[in-house]
Design a protein around this ligand. Structure first.
Ligand SMILES: *[C@@H]1O[C@H](CO)[C@@H](O)[C@H](O)[C@H]1NC(C)=O
Ligand SMILES: *[C@@H]1O[C@H](CO)[C@@H](O)[C@H](O)[C@H]1NC(C)=O
Ligand SMILES: *[C@@H]1O[C@H](CO)[C@@H](O)[C@H](O)[C@H]1NC(C)=O
Length: 359
């Protein structure tokens, strides 16, 4: 009996150490500050509303706020939006993707926008996730529109380094007077610094936070060749830890601005944060990346980014002005197409090569 128990313990320890080995890279990356962990989750009913479809909402433990499950089936996609718009802010959520068996044509988006308030010159910061055919992984795209610059898509595309359908991962957008940073599990994957060349294309009007799940059959997978297959429906994307903090814009002042064309930021002041939590995404500590964040970003970009608008010569024979700046050039290392097509699935972190990159 005792021997059996010892053997059982041995087996359990073996399994546990196997699990630890898998978890190790994630632990390494946890040395990066968990930025989203510094902000508080909001309750869905207090901070958001449904825009279409019928998401289901359930309460979680207090740390994670409410869980929201967006559904895509034959009848409808679904989505929600924040009740308030923020002038600069930190927007974040934890997402578990719909099962990857067959996800072609599905578009899952987490983004900020003010398209309803400023239809002709809106701003937008996007995480867009595109489903794929059986056996091929989801892909991730980021994009930035400033003041209606929709003719100038600024897309960048990445492969995942984990399976986003297996577990929750954090997707965050930091936007302040100095820069815009897209983060995945606290690892910055893209930084856009507010620089001279960007001029009016730097988003500068309050934005709300959106999450949507919809049918993008017309274009999302291989240019529309593979459509959503409702045989596998319903598709469910789960969200938790919905976080949003910045300077809440006053809708009254927004209307005033529309009538008087007064500059919004100055009429708002953007000074008070309506929250008891004192973390402020506009303060000094959020205005630049740490050396460790820089190293992590360079590593992710050189390993997982496979498209940047800055390198799309057929689309932009003359690169957009910010592309030729020092910052853009130094943080852009594209993998070759060959390297990309060779790979069939999510690669996991390679700790050795991560360490060699300095973090
Ligand atoms: C996501 O963020 C939460 C804090 O909001 C943290 O507890 C969790 O470890 C993060 N998950 C990952 C995969 O980084
Ligand atoms: C934004 O667009 C509006 C309308 O096209 C224009 O009047 C305004 O000057 C632009 N703002 C900036 C900062 O370029
Ligand atoms: C990890 O990276 C190192 C150094 O770049 C390389 O030598 C090694 O083969 C890689 N290991 C795996 C499992 O890919």
């Amino acid at each position: 009996m005792i021997i059996m128990r010892t053997q059982l313990m041995g087996l359990i320890l073996t399994i546990m150490s196997a699990i630890r080995i898998n978890a190790l890279p994630v632990k390494e990356f946890a040395r990066l500050e968990d930025m989203s962990g510094r902000f508080q989750a909001l309750s869905f009913t207090e901070a958001y509303s449904v825009i279409w479809g019928s998401p289901s909402i359930s309460s979680l433990e207090p740390d994670h706020g409410d869980a929201v499950h967006l559904k895509l089936d034959k009848t409808s996609g679904s989505g929600f939006v924040s009740l308030e718009n923020y002038m600069y802010g930190f927007y974040s959520t934890s997402i578990k993707f719909p099962v990857q068996d067959y996800a072609a044509g599905i578009v899952l988006a987490f983004y900020t926008s003010n398209g309803d308030e400023f239809p002709s010159n809106h701003d937008e910061l996007d995480f867009e996730f595109l489903g794929n055919i059986k056996g091929r992984p989801w892909r991730m795209q980021t994009n930035v529109y400033g003041n209606g610059s929709v003719a100038h898509g600024r897309e960048e595309r990445f492969d995942f380094w984990f399976n986003p359908t297996a577990d929750y991962h954090n997707y965050s957008i930091l936007w302040n007077q100095h820069h815009i940073v897209f983060m995945v599990d606290s690892i910055p994957i893209r930084e856009m610094i507010r620089s001279e060349p960007l001029e009016g294309d730097y988003p500068s009007k309050p934005m709300g936070m959106y999450a949507t799940l919809w049918d993008g059959s017309a274009w999302a997978t291989d240019g529309g060749r593979f459509k959503v297959d409702y045989k596998y429906a319903p598709f469910i994307a789960s969200f938790k830890s919905l976080k949003m903090q910045g300077c809440a814009a006053n809708p009254f002042l927004q209307n005033l601005e529309k009538e008087n064309t007064r500059p919004l930021a100055s009429s708002m002041g953007c000074t008070s944060l309506e929250t008891d939590n004192s973390v402020n995404p506009l303060e000094a500590e959020f205005l630049s990346l740490s050396p460790q964040q820089e190293a992590a970003m360079a590593w992710v970009r050189s390993t997982y980014m496979y498209y940047s608008y800055c390198d799309d010569k057929s689309r932009y024979p003359t690169p957009l002005p910010e592309c030729t700046s020092r910052v853009a050039a130094s943080s852009r290392v594209l993998r070759s197409r060959k390297q990309r097509t060779k790979r069939a699935n999510y690669r996991s972190f390679n700790l050795t090569s991560a360490r060699e990159s300095g973090f």
